[in-house]
Design a protein around this ligand. Structure first.
Ligand code: NOJ
Length: 532
C-alpha cells in the first residue's frame, strides 16, 4: 500500500507496561509469557507494533528504568528464551517489537557503576559524572533531581559526589566519554541481532550536561504545589546543543540494521522538540509528540496545537501523536469517559504514527492508590502533590474473573473500580463500546491510505467543533469531533453523498448525510466525502 515508505509511518504502536499487562506465573506481576499469551488480542485490536517498557535486569527502584544489566532479562519478567519466543511469535503474527532503551542512567547496582565508585582511579570512574564537593562540603552546584532533592549524591568512600537526574540509585552515565558511547552502541546491536524492530529512548534530551556544571537559573514562574525541581530552569542539564551529536550517533547505530525505528522521549516545547529529527533528518525518526498529554480539551485550542505542530515539522519529518503513557494521568479520567472515545478518534485519525497506551482502549481510569499501596518512588519522595504514577499503571482488565484475568493472585497494584464490567471480554460483546471503537478505527485506518498516510488540512469552523480533512489521491475524509457535551451541527462545504464511516456512537456507521451533519454531545465522526 505504501510503496517505499518505512513501516512505522503507517503503523500504530501500542505501549505495554509489562508489570501490568498479563501475569503468567502467579506472582502478581506481568511478564513476557503473559505478553505472548495476549498477542491474539493485539492482532484482533489491530495494532502493528508493541513498545514494551523496560524488561531488563533491575533492582526495580524505578520499576525497570534503573537497569543493572542492559543485555539481560529480569527474572520477574522471565528469561532470554521467553523473550526470543515473544519476538518470534509477535513477528509470526505481523507485530513488530520495540524495546525501551534507557541510556541516560543505569542502576547503582550496574557493574559499571560498582566499578566506577570503587575508587577515584577506577578505569570506569569517568563513565559517570563525578565532581568534588563545593568548598563548604555541600553538593557541587544547585542541580536538582526530578524525583526531589539535590541531584548530587555524596560517596563517602571516595569523597566525591555523583550526579543523578532521577533517584540516587540511578546515577547518570557520562555520554561525553567515548567508551560509554561504544558500550551503549553494543547494547543496541545486541538487541537488534535478536530482531528487535526499534527502540524508544528514555529521556533522550537529558543525555548531555554542562561540562562546567554551571548553576541552573531560578524559575520565576515556579508555583507551590508543583514538583520541587521545577524551581529551576534546566538550562545546563537538558537539551544542550551537543546532545544532537549523540542522537545522530544513536541513529547511525540503528541504521546499521535495516528498517529499525528510533523514537525519542522528549518533553520540550514544539520548536525545540522538532530539532530532534536532526540535521537532514539524521536524528530520531519520531521525537514523541506529547502536545496532547496536557492540552486543554477545547476544539480551538487543539486545532491550533495541531497546526503549530504540523507547521513546525521539518520537511520529510513524520509526525506522531500520544494520548497517554506510564508517566501521565489516564486520558479517560482527564477528559471524562465519553470524551475518551472522541479522543481515541482524534488519536487514530490525525496525520502521523499514533501510540496507544495499554488499557486506554478500555477507557481505563486513573486509579486512586491508597497510601499503603503506593509503589512509585516519585510519589514516595514528593508525596501529596499528585505526581504519583501508579494510578496509570494498574493491571489490564481482561475479564470479570477474579483479579480481572490479569493474575490468579492479588496484583502488585490494585485494580480500577468497575473492572468487573469494564474489561476486554465484556466490552468486546458491546458493539458501542470504546474497545470496539478502537478496533473499528484501527481496521479502517489499515484499509484507508487517507487515514494512515494521507495529508492533513484543517477545516476551519466557527462552531465548537474540531474538524479536518485527510486526503490521499482521490480519497477524501472529513473528521469532525465534538469536544463538548452539547449537540452541534456543521454545514458541509459540499452536499452530495457524504457517508459516515465510523461514529463514536456506532449506530450511525454507514449513514448517508445531507448537507448538514449533526453531532450529539461528545460525538466524533469519520466521514467519507465524494471524490472531486
Ligand atoms: C522516563 C520514564 O518514562 C519514567 O518512567 C522514568 O521514571 C524516568 N524516565 C527515569 O528513568
Amino acid at each position: 500500500m505504501n510503496g517505499s515508505r518505512p513501516w512505522w509511518e503507517s503503523a500504530v504502536i501500542y505501549q505495554i507496561y509489562p508489570r501490568s499487562f498479563q501475569d503468567s506465573n502467579d506472582d502478581g506481576v506481568g511478564d513476557l509469557k503473559g505478553i505472548s499469551q495476549r498477542l491474539p488480542y493485539l492482532v484482533d485490536l489491530g495494532v502493528d507494533a508493541i513498545w514494551i517498557s523496560p524488561i531488563f535486569r533491575s533492582p526495580m527502584k524505578d520499576f525497570g528504568y534503573d537497569i543493572a544489566d542492559y543485555v539481560d532479562i529480569d527474572p520477574i519478567f522471565g528469561t532470554m528464551a521467553d523473550f526470543e519466543r515473544l519476538i518470534a511469535q509477535a513477528h509470526a503474527r505481523g507485530i513488530k517489537v520495540i524495546l525501551d532503551f534507557v541510556p541516560n542512567h543505569s542502576s547503582d547496582q550496574h557493574a559499571w557503576f560498582v566499578e566506577s565508585r570503587a575508587s577515584r582511579n577506577s578505569p570506569k570512574r569517568d563513565w559517570y559524572i563525578w565532581r568534588d564537593p563545593a568548598p563548604d562540603g555541600g553538593p557541587p552546584n544547585n542541580w536538582m533531581s526530578d524525583f526531589g532533592g539535590s541531584a548530587w549524591q555524596f560517596d563517602p568512600a571516595t569523597g566525591q559526589y555523583y550526579y543523578h537526574a532521577f533517584l540516587n540509585s540511578q546515577p547518570d552515565l557520562n555520554w561525553r566519554n567515548p567508551e560509554v558511547v561504544a558500550a551503549m552502541q553494543d547494547v543496541l546491536r545486541f538487541w537488534m541481532q535478536k530482531d528487535v524492530d526499534g527502540f524508544r529512548v528514555d529521556v533522550i534530551w537529558h543525555l548531555i550536561k554542562d561540562e562546567q556544571c554551571r548553576d541552573n537559573p531560578l524559575n520565576p514562574n515556579h508555583r507551590d504545589g508543583r514538583p520541587p525541581h521545577e524551581a529551576l530552569i534546566p538550562l545546563y542539564t537538558t537539551d544542550l546543543p551537543e546532545v544532537h551529536d549523540v542522537v545522530a550517533m544513536l541513529r547511525r547505530t540503528v541504521d546499521e540494521f535495516p528498517d529499525r525505528l528510533l523514537i525519542g522521549e522528549i518533553y520540550l516545547p514544539v520548536e525545540r522538540l522538532v530539532a530532534y529529527y536532526g540535521r537532514d533528518l539524521g536524528g530520531v525518526h519520531l521525537p514523541f509528540n506529547f502536545a496532547l498529554l496536557n492540552a486543554r480539551w477545547d476544539a480551538k485550542h487543539i486545532q491550533a496545537l495541531i497546526t503549530e505542530y504540523e507547521e513546525a515539522l521539518p520537511k520529510g519529518g513524520w509526525p506522531n501523536w500520544v494520548l497517554g503513557n506510564h508517566d501521565r494521568p489516564r486520558i479517560a479520567s482527564r477528559v471524562g469517559r465519553r470524551q475518551a472515545a472522541t479522543a481515541a478518534m482524534l488519536l487514530l485519525t490525525l496525520r502521523g504514527t499514533p501510540t496507544i497506551y495499554y488499557g486506554d482502549e478500555l477507557g481505563m481510569p486513573q486509579v486512586d492508590i491508597p497510601r499503603d499501596r503506593v509503589r512509585d518512588p516519585f510519589e514516595r519522595n514528593v508525596p501529596g502533590i499528585g505526581v504519583g504514577r501508579d494510578g496509570a499503571r494498574t493491571p489490564m482488565q481482561w475479564d470479570a474473573s477474579e483479579h480481572a484475568g490479569f493474575s490468579r493472585v492479588d496484583p502488585w497494584l490494585p485494580l480500577a473500580d468497575g473492572w468487573r464490567s469494564n474489561n476486554v471480554a465484556t466490552l468486546r460483546e458491546d458493539a458501542r463500546s470504546i474497545l470496539n471503537l478502537y478496533r473499528r478505527l484501527l481496521h479502517l485506518r489499515k484499509q484507508t491510505p487517507a487515514l494512515s498516510v494521507g495529508s492533513y488540512r484543517p477545516y476551519v469552523v466557527d462552531e465548537d467543533l474540531l474538524a479536518y480533512y485527510r486526503e490521499f489521491n482521490d480519497s477524501r475524509l472529513l473528521v469532525v469531533l465534538n469536544l463538548t457535551d452539547r449537540p452541534q451541527a456543521l454545514k458541509l462545504e459540499e452536499d452530495a453523498h457524504a457517508r459516515i464511516l465510523v461514529s463514536t456512537e456506532a449506530k450511525r456507521d454507514g449513514d448517508l448525510i445531507p448537507g448538514t451533519v449533526t453531532l450529539t454531545g461528545d460525538e466524533g465522526l469519520v466521514i467519507d466525502l465524494p471524490s472531486r
